[in-house]
Design a protein around this ligand. Structure first.
Ligand code: HEC
Ligand code: HEC
Ligand code: HEC
Ligand code: HEC
Length: 342
């Protein structure tokens, strides 16, 4: 399908949804309400055909349980009432961050909470490519090295977000966890951004290092150093994006601005422990932009340039030279939630 056809199709789904809503039956969620295109989503069961253990780990995490638990909770009803939302699962604003939907025979419906594809990319176009080592009978250990390189490149080109790309992988977390929705925070009272740390929040209940190791071990020390720095850089970038959307001086704007200042302070501290030109560049950008209301163009421009530098940072280092950071890394007792043990 061409991009144009896709846009037309999403437009059509939206119009059908709108007409139904006028008739008082808002049953169909709209494709554009979701972070992932429902037509490209395969669903966690499809991944589970091969990644059974990852699915078992995921099922115990809040990302999976939110699907059933959130709409029934008193907190959700309270937020929804304030926002004027009747059906949490089929209307609105809650869908983008709490649910994944897929499209089946023209109808789009939520199938899970935050799922494999929320972090690894909608799978329709890469699910077959990423697990094909060069034909049905070729095993992973016999894969031709050139084939492997091409398989990784083709998977990424088809939308797969691989764990090796820490920046892209973690970008998803911040897109939801900074809660960049002014009305939802000010009027609805949803959390004004999670107290999120990339190491703490990936290594607890979310951890599923089960394919390449049997015992769900934590990320290596070198990788945790990288996660730590990239997490702070993304926190700053997404806080600036958040502030850029702020229009009134209330909880949302204040929390986002605070978030940006805090992330900047962390990056300063990191830059005293490891010496890289990228961090100095990011601090320069942060110092040059004003955290104020109705300053969208300048804040987005700053966030965009931080994005470029951070992504380059993530691709240029492997953490092996960053031992200066070790005193800052969170210890396992700080990890968020229980680790899946299989
Ligand atoms: C037909 C079996 C199969 C299915 C279905 C499958 N995978 Fe995989 N997956 C594999 C194999 C085999 C590997 C190991 C490939 C490698 O080492 O490069 C893998 C590796 C991965 C990796 C790490 C690879 C890397 O490039 O670093 C991720 C992430 C992943 N799969 C996610 C998913 C998700 C998400 C889904 C569902 C949308 C899925 N897989 C469905 C077989 C499968
Ligand atoms: C922009 C992303 C985003 C949107 C949109 C969103 N939420 Fe949330 N919500 C979050 C995040 C992130 C958390 C987790 C906060 C934490 O644990 O730090 C959360 C937590 C919650 C919680 C507390 C945890 C729980 O499951 O009981 C409730 C209730 C909730 N949201 C309801 C809603 C409702 C109702 C809507 C729609 C009106 C909504 N949210 C829309 C991001 C969002
Ligand atoms: C909240 C985001 C998120 C969700 C949801 C998620 N992953 Fe991951 N996945 C990650 C992160 C982050 C890593 C790298 C972990 C690390 O560095 O410790 C990863 C790593 C992986 C790997 C490679 C590591 C290994 O040894 O297995 C595979 C395979 C994988 N995920 C598959 C899946 C499947 C299948 C699902 C759904 C059942 C899933 N993921 C759900 C974020 C996520
Ligand atoms: C599509 C939006 C989305 C993405 C992407 C996402 N999350 Fe979440 N996450 C949520 C929401 C919403 C909740 C709250 C669920 C609930 O409790 O109902 C949550 C809950 C969590 C929790 C449990 C929080 C608690 O209060 O105990 C952890 C840990 C977590 N997320 C880590 C991550 C990490 C790490 C990533 C990225 C690798 C990530 N999330 C990506 C939306 C998202």
């Amino acid at each position: 399908m061409t991009a144009f056809n896709l846009i037309k199709r999403i437009g059509l789904i939206k119009r059908i949804g709108a007409v139904l809503c006028l008739l008082g039956i808002c049953v169909t969620a709209q494709a554009s309400d979701y972070r992932l295109d429902p037509a490209r989503v395969k669903g966690p069961d499809a991944c589970g055909e091969c990644h059974e253990n990852s699915v078992s780990a995921w099922k115990l995490s809040h990302h999976a349980t939110t699907f059933k638990d959130m709409p029934r909770s008193d907190g959700a009803r309270e937020i929804a009432d304030k926002m004027g939302i009747k059906r949490i699962k089929s209307e609105s604003d809650c869908l983008t961050c709490h649910f994944t939907a897929s499209e089946n025979e023209g109808s789009t419906k939520p199938i899970a909470g935050i799922s494999c594809e929320s972090c690894h990319g909608a799978g329709a176009d890469w699910i077959d490519i990423h697990s094909d080592f060069g034909g049905k009978d070729v095993k992973a250990e016999d894969e031709d090295p050139a084939h492997k390189l091409k398989r990784y490149a083709d998977s990424e080109a088809a939308g797969m977000i691989r764990p090796s790309n820490i920046y892209k992988l973690a970008e998803n977390c911040f897109g939801c966890h900074t809660v960049p929705n002014e009305e939802l925070v000010n009027k609805g009272g949803d959390v004004a951004g999670s107290k999120f740390g990339l190491v703490r929040w990936t290594q607890g209940e979310v951890r599923h290092n089960i394919w390449y190791s049997d015992d769900n071990t934590e990320a290596s020390l070198e990788r945790r150093r990288m996660l730590y720095v990239v997490g702070k850089l993304l926190d700053l970038e997404y806080a600036l994006r958040g502030v850029s959307k702020a229009t009134v001086k209330a909880d949302y704007a204040l929390s986002m601005a605070k978030r940006a200042k805090k992330a900047t302070a962390f990056i300063k501290k990191i830059s005293e422990s490891i010496d890289t030109p990228e961090l100095a560049e990011v601090l320069g950008v942060a110092a040059s932009v004003k955290l104020k209301l109705n300053n969208e163009a300048a804040l987005v421009e700053a966030a965009d340039s931080i994005s470029v530098v951070s992504s380059k940072f993530a691709g240029s280092y492997d953490g092996s030279t960053f031992s200066g950071l070790d005193a800052l890394l969170p210890t396992p007792d700080k990890y968020n939630g229980s680790v899946f043990e299989g």
